[in-house]
Design a protein around this ligand. Sequence first.
Ligand code: ADP
Ligand code: MG
Length: 845
Amino acid sequence: MVKQTIQIFARVKPPVRKHQQGIYSIDEDEKLIPSLEIILPRDLADGFVNNKRESYKFKFQRIFDQDAKQETIFENIAKPVAGSVLEGYNGTIFAYGQTGSGKTFTITGGAERYSDRGIIPRTLSYIFEQLQKDSSKMYTTHISYLEIYNECGYDLLDPRHEASSLEDLPKVTILEDPDQNIHLKNLTLHQATTEEEALNLLFLGDTNRMIAETPMNQASTRSHCIFTIHLSSKEPGSATVRHAKLHLVDLAGSERVAKTGVGGHLLTEAKYINLSLHYLEQVIIALSEKHRSHIPYRNSMMTSVLRDSLGGNCMTTMIATLSLEKRNLDESISTCRFAQRVALIKNEAVLNEEIDPRLMIKRLQKEIQELKDELAMVTGEQRTEALTEAELLQLEKLITSFLEDQDPESRLEVGADMRKVHHCFHHLKKLLNDKKIFGNNTVSNTVSSESKDQDCQEALKEEEYRKLRDILKQRDNEINILVNMLKKEKKKAQEALHLAGMDRREFRHSQSPPFPPGNPEEGQRMRLSSAPSQTQDFSILGNRSSLLHKKTGMREEMSLGRQEAFEIFKRDHADSVTIDDNKQILKQRFSEAKALGESINEARSKIGKYHTFSFYLSFSPSHCVPSTGISENMAVPLMPDQQEEKLRSQLEGEKRRYKTMFTRLKALKVEIEHLQLLMDKAKVKLQKEFEVWWAEEATNLQVNPPAVNSLDHTKPFLQTSDSLHEQSQLFSNKSSGGWEVQGQGTGRFDVCDVNARKILPSPCPSPHSQKQSSTSTPLEDSIPKRPMSSIPLTGDSQTDSDILAFIKARQSILQKQCKFTSLGGSSRATGHQHLWGAHSEVGGE
Ligand code: ADP
Ligand code: MG
């Protein structure tokens, strides 16, 4: 048992604005215990709390200042906990602090750079690395990911659900057994055999978390997320299993809700958040007080789930995340105060060992059968009738498999039937005698006596059989080698194809849809997956990719206008820079990996050649000792001469190079995987934001039907009278809005309506019609002065409304840009105008 208080660490986030001097300082006392001093500026201190203290001092295990790297945080905080989990103890790391103070950054990591990955991915990496190193035990790893929002639990890893809101995810509920153990119903545990699989699960959960978040629920600041690694280990042959859980917890923002300005729905949520963290505080206060027998764990779901982590069987660590800017000082002080109370809690971690019930059942079943047999023998339950043919055959089969079983412990179980026992002895005796005779035969075979002809033939048959068996074995090996070679060739061909495909895709990027269906990097990722876990990887990747595909690859369902709008939206979006940057890095990593792969292959073939060469060298006649009492024809290897020595050192060098490159490739693989996942996530986010924007635009359109551009009135429009008539009818049917103006600053307007598909394959007007239209027709009055567009509509109401919404959106952007440009806007805005112009032409085709 390990008794330990909860360890508390503080991490100060770099400020958004320039560093404000003198707000805090980090010192160490005589016992080298670090302390954080928060100094309240006078103006704040006055109205802050009743007492007039101006500085507050808090002790922590360690304090990480603004420049602390993620690597440092992992090494100092998470690695020791992960180490205990590997030994079989439960562990918990939770981040506590106000929204924006860096909880998610610390626990999961930043979304941009590989070096920003947080505690979860680094811990997974570390754990799997350790598992690989330790061959003395058999390990199984499972992952679960729970989000608690408004006192409800949601399973973030359910692959069957396409979450578009939290409610779409399976609800997780708490069950308590008679021993007061907590069980989470509906929370799925997913086995992960490699780091990659576990990472994919993390990203699946994060993607679900992001998609399920709406501006209304702001789940990321108001919910708690618990990522759990469940580790079981067992020594081979032992029935004792060790279970350990590692909870990595990203708590809701700890800020107190403002008393004013929050009402209705928001208040309910705010209350819940407060309630949930309030109950956490209550539990912590209760635990830090001596002689308190009742700890109110059951008041909230979060404290129930983390029951063991708080004052129980667990090694727990808290990270207080602080954003030490002037306006955040009061929240930072309350975070530190909370941490001081947490530091008083004592936990008692024990090794969680248990007997594997399945092994136990097997053992007991065997024992029961033995006892039953014994009893039957003792009670003398005799059977007199002879064994049937089938029974005899069955027995002989049993004997054969018993004799063939390599395990010295194996037993011949025939039950408590003396007839069977006797038959077994008979049969064994016969086999033994046969063997003796056979043994003699092999000796006497050489004598080749006439009288033993029969046996001789038997032996020959045996010999032949053995030869055939050897040949068969050889052929089998050959086939295996050939199959492997074929597989390799096939893989190479696929890789070549894939690389070619990738180049093409890169090339096409400028014109291609934003996220081509099927995820361009997916193939590469699978290729990089390690062989043994491939089937599993595929299924998980499949899940994720289908999820991401559905979220990002909506293009197939997108109308042209929407696609175009998406292109522009994407280009304009701040994240596109990150995506592009990551794409560039990814590209570099791919080519590095490719080059490494080639060098590795080269090194491997060199090593192979060295081996072959040294083999021949050691048997070449020049290396034979001529007549030193030994026949000259016999090749005797010399002591390593210079050439061999050189060869050997080259070989060693090559091996070292191979190993270094291989390690680097492995690390690259993880990095590539991580970057791909980051990009996927950014893409989902982009798509989500686009959908929101699009929906807003569409709503606006419905609420405020677009006004006709004033230019329109002065602009002619032309139609044959037939089509005009058709249109006038259409207008009378569909008089309410939906028509759009497209000025483009070209002074040219085209008509666009549901019929345009038939009558306007190319942008109108023609010179002829322009002339005609200059004279006003009677119809002109009955037809609204309507906008024209060179984009044909399709007749499908859904698609058409998309197109119209798009045109509206485009116009509003154009208007904004015009304003912007006229105000002396940036070249970026002007550039877009040009872009829009270019796109309108495409649209007209
Ligand atoms: P929280 O989860 O506590 O609300 P986040 O982790 O989302 O806060 O952090 C808010 C912002 O600050 C994010 O953009 C994050 O990338 C950034 N951030 C937080 N901590 C750090 C840090 N130590 N270094 C750099 N950026 C940070
Ligand atoms: Mg967060």
